[in-house]
Design a protein around this ligand. Structure first.
Ligand SMILES: [Zn+2]
Length: 381
């Protein structure tokens, strides 16, 4: 899903050109937010943030008919097109919209209570929205103030195409985020349900996996035949298993956004089943990531069945325990995604599993003790 993300595309600032005052509209992709947990308003300029670019923001009246056409023809469920239409036409009954028609007692955001509930606040800058955007596998999230318009964000998402990112995948993910925010907001307003951000992130992730299968049957990652690094601030964990006669070795290699190996972990398993071994390797990955306090991770495995099961797309009774472990543990992270990759994108995990099995080296393996030759992406060693 992160295939094709270049360094420049993960560090891109979009700023409203016409604003010369301190009021700025910024959309930032993959830029580090110090202490990234809580929401922070980041204001910057292309001068102090490299790899920046600018675009104009537009008023709803300036929206070209071709943009509406693009919306109606996008590969998202019909009801989500209607939701986007309501948002972009300012027809969704958020409190600030209602307040302009008749006096209402409370215009504050039902999710955070901190600001007036405008369309832009609810879907882009509210704390809940921020965490949902931040959890996307592309590392994209809006940074904005009251001047941003929803259209700018939509256009930004569609323009990701020019950065080598599959914008249909991103727009589907974005549509599921706004849907989840709207549902969560209504649950809070009508039933006073507490907001559980991890549940929201899970809901987006699982419905993305569901919808992706039939709306976008030919994902870009199928076309990619080499390993690609995760976005900045994320770790990618490549998992594999070496199966022996009566035991196996699960292995995990963790790499950062520049492809640097951060840690390696292996585990001996005293049974022999390739499918369970692949699942156990994924469990090892998130167990180790949790122990190391990682917040954003992508777990990659070359077992399509295991990844499908972990994403709720199919079920296998023999994997129930592994799935349940992964589900429970994944709530410890802000972003945790399970991806299938072809074998040729997973050679490093494969090589480490082979080496550790042959040399009986299990546990957290110091990188310096591993032969350098096995850290290659392009071949079996
Ligand atoms: Zn809010």
């Amino acid at each position: 899903m992160v295939d094709g993300i270049s360094k420049s595309s993960t560090s891109c600032l979009i700023k409203k050109r016409s604003l010369l005052s301190s009021a700025k509209v910024c959309l930032l992709v993959g830029e580090r937010i110090p202490g990234s947990g809580p929401w922070k308003l980041m204001v910057g300029s292309p001068a102090n943030l490299p790899l920046a670019q600018t675009v104009d923001s537009s008023s709803p009246t300036e929206v070209a008919p071709s943009m509406w056409n693009k919306l109606w023809n996008s590969k998202i469920p019909e009801r989500l097109k209607v939701l986007w239409w309501c948002i972009l036409s300012k027809a969704l009954p958020v409190r600030s919209v209602l307040g302009r028609r008749f006096p209402i007692e409370d215009e504050s955001c039902p999710l955070c209570g901190a600001e007036s509930e405008t369309m832009e606040h609810l879907f882009l800058s509210c704390n809940v929205a921020f965490h949902l955007w931040r959890s996307s596998p592309w590392g994209i999230f809006p940074i904005c103030d009251a001047c941003i318009r929803m259209w700018d964000w939509v256009k930004f998402l569609w323009d990701l195409k020019n950065k080598g990112i599959n914008e249909q995948e991103t727009f589907l993910y974005a549509s599921l985020i706004i849907d989840t925010i709207w549902r969560t907001r209504n649950e809070k307003v009508h039933h006073n349900s507490p907001v559980d951000i991890f549940k929201c992130i899970d809901a987006v992730r699982f419905s993305f996996a569901d919808h992706h299968a039939y709306l976008l049957p030919c994902p870009t990652r199928c076309l990619t035949e080499s390993w690609s690094p995760p976005p900045q601030d994320w770790l990618k964990l490549n998992c594999d298993v070496r199966v022996g006669m009566d035991s196996m070795c699960a292995a995990v290699v963790a790499r950062d956004h520049v492809g640097k190996v951060i840690w390696v972990s292996t585990k001996r398993l005293d049974f022999s089943s390739a499918l369970c071994g692949e699942a156990a390797a994924c469990c090892l990955a998130i167990e180790e990531a949790k122990a190391r306090g990682i917040q954003y991770l992508i777990v990659e495995s070359d077992s399509r069945v295991v990844i499908n099961v972990l994403n709720g797309k199919e079920s296998r009774w023999e994997l129930d325990n592994y799935v349940s472990f992964c589900k429970t543990t994944s709530t410890s992270f802000i972003g945790c995604n399970f991806h299938f990759v072809r074998r040729q994108c997973n050679f490093m995990g494969h090589n480490v599993a082979n080496w550790a099995f042959s040399n009986q080296r299990f546990g957290s393996v110091p990188i310096s003790s591993l032969p350098e030759i096995i850290f290659c992406n392009d071949r079996e060693v």
